[in-house]
Design a protein around this ligand. Structure first.
Ligand code: PLP
Length: 477
């Protein structure tokens, strides 16, 4: 089973039957009783105004599109801050020891988001020199930066070493040796954690499953004793703890609970081997609601389960509570953002299908073509109209698989209408491309009736800024 991939409805009616009786408001009302942003299909501030337009952060979708164009990522600041606070406060409430929530910025790394999570007291997980550089430029304090990655270059490791107080999560032998040599003559010790594969499988897409033994990430459990011993040769490496991450878009709580036991056992082994470990990082992975049938636990429920499991495991071993770190990505930004597109051409295949095409697609959201991910959409300027049309929402790329939503229930649309795909905050912009030389969309941060540009729309000039035309090729005039 692949968790989070179904599209049925708990009422027993198919989502198509149900949506044809409803308007786009249905998605706003869905799970509206939950205050956990990852359980909602839409950002917390989403509402419909008197013009029957979608409003986010107090901004009318039509005004946003007029001002900033489409495709447009629209990020709701209030929802993002709420999710950060729920994580931070839940860990403080349920864990008696010290804790730190770090944002897995691979979900969406840009200056504005790094700055917001830093303001909310969170740290950051980065996986490349580029993500690290962005976090530093955004003002993230070094001691809240954790650097992951299974093939960090010497240049990337150097960048981290030159941010004193940052932590490098060592993934493999080559990295351990390289880093050991890099820091051997430095006066300050370099903080490191060790990543290993805990041997825990969970129900999610195989591409985003990482905890199983057959994974490209981290040391295998049986390598750990040798790894622990190797630290004797590198006095400038201060091993502060252990890390494991089991996967992404997970709805079950049990695998996270199991993980804490495995981590605590490895933690004790590290102590026995003489390492002064004091931190445990349980990774991220909490899922979000992309469709009505997705049913993830709330942020508070997830935090409570993880904290309680760690306390129980520590108490059972008589262990002082380590500093607990978790690193959510998707559940922090996923449903805080939507993508607005303009409807263009359409194609009817009588008796078979009705396509409507939007002005973006797999370049701004590669998840449907990569993971067969499901999404919901509304027509932002027709929120009161009945959703009585079954359509396929296609992107504009030269690729038959460039379909954003295979079966969408929408009101009748015309060219120029605004299709809004929901829950596009995680792994959309960060996995976007210039395929077919489409400029990347802009992104705006909305809050309390204000919209601020956080990513400028790329231009055609941007697309050729790294191209070089060798003189011998000349230029046809
Ligand atoms: C090491 C690590 N930590 C955290 C995350 C974040 O996971 P999620 O976005 O599911 O919370 C990932 C994502 O794959 C990861 O690889």
């Amino acid at each position: 089973m692949v968790t989070g991939q179904s599209s049925g409805h708990p009422s027993g009616q198919s989502s198509r039957q149900l949506a044809s009786q409803l308007s786009g408001q249905h998605y706003l009302a869905f799970a509206a009783e939950s205050d956990s942003p990852n359980q909602r299909l839409v950002p917390l501030t989403a509402q419909v105004n008197a013009h029957q337009h979608l409003e986010l952060g107090g901004m009318d979708i039509k005004d946003l599109v007029t001002q900033f164009g489409t495709p447009l990522y629209i990020l709701d600041e209030q929802s993002l801050r709420t999710a950060c606070r729920q994580y931070r406060d839940s860990f403080q409430r349920y864990y008696p020891g010290d804790s730190l929530v770090i944002y897995a910025s691979k979900a969406w790394n840009c200056l504005a988001i790094c700055a917001i999570v830093a303001q909310e007291g969170l740290g950051i997980d980065v996986v490349s020199g580029g993500e690290l550089y962005t976090a530093l430029q955004a003002g993230m304090p070094n001691d809240r930066i954790y650097f992951h990655g299974n093939n960090k270059s010497v240049a990337e490791l150097t960048l981290a070493v030159e941010a004193p107080g940052s932590t490098i999560v060592v993934d493999n032998w080559l990295e351990l040796e390289t880093l050991g040599e890099l820091v051997q003559n430095r006066s300050l010790a370099q903080r490191v954690m060790i990543r290993f594969t805990p041997g825990i499988e969970c129900h999610t897409h195989e591409y985003i499953r990482t905890g199983q033994i057959d994974s490209k990430f981290g040391f295998s459990p049986e390598q750990l004793p040798t790894v622990f011993r190797r630290f004797q040769d590198f006095p400038q490496l201060e091993c502060v703890g252990l890390h494991a991450h089991i996967g992404s878009q997970i709805f079950e709580l049990q695998p996270h609970q199991d993980l804490t036991s495995v981590l605590v056992q490895a933690f004790q082994d590290a102590q026995t081997a003489g390492l002064k470990v004091s931190e445990l990082n349980v990774g991220g992975g909490l899922g979000i609601r992309y469709t009505e049938s997705d049913d993830p636990p709330s942020i508070a429920q997830w935090a409570e389960k993880v904290c309680t499991a760690l306390v129980t495991a520590c108490d059972a071993q008589g262990l002082a509570y380590p500093r607990l770190i978790c690193e959510p990505g998707r559940s922090l930004v996923g449903s805080r953002c939507v993508t607005a597109y303009t409807v263009g051409s359409r194609k009817e295949i009588p008796g078979l299908k009705r396509y409507i095409t939007v002005d973006g697609g797999m370049s701004d959201n590669p998840r449907p073509i990569t993971y067969q991910s499901l999404y919901r959409a509304v027509v932002g300027n027709r929120m009161g109209d009945p959703c009585d049309q079954t359509v396929t929402i296609a992107g504009k790329h030269c690729e038959s698989g460039d379909i954003l939503i295979h079966t969408a229930q929408l009101p009748a649309t015309e060219p120029g209408d605004i299709v809004v795909v929901l829950a596009t905050g995680a792994y959309n912009y960060s996995m976007s491309s210039n395929y077919n030389r489409l400029p990347r969309p802009a992104a705006v941060l909305v809050n309390d009736g204000d919209a601020s540009l956080i990513l400028r729309r790329e231009t055609h000039e941007d697309l050729i800024r790294f191209d070089r035309l060798p003189d011998r090729l000349g230029k046809l005039s």
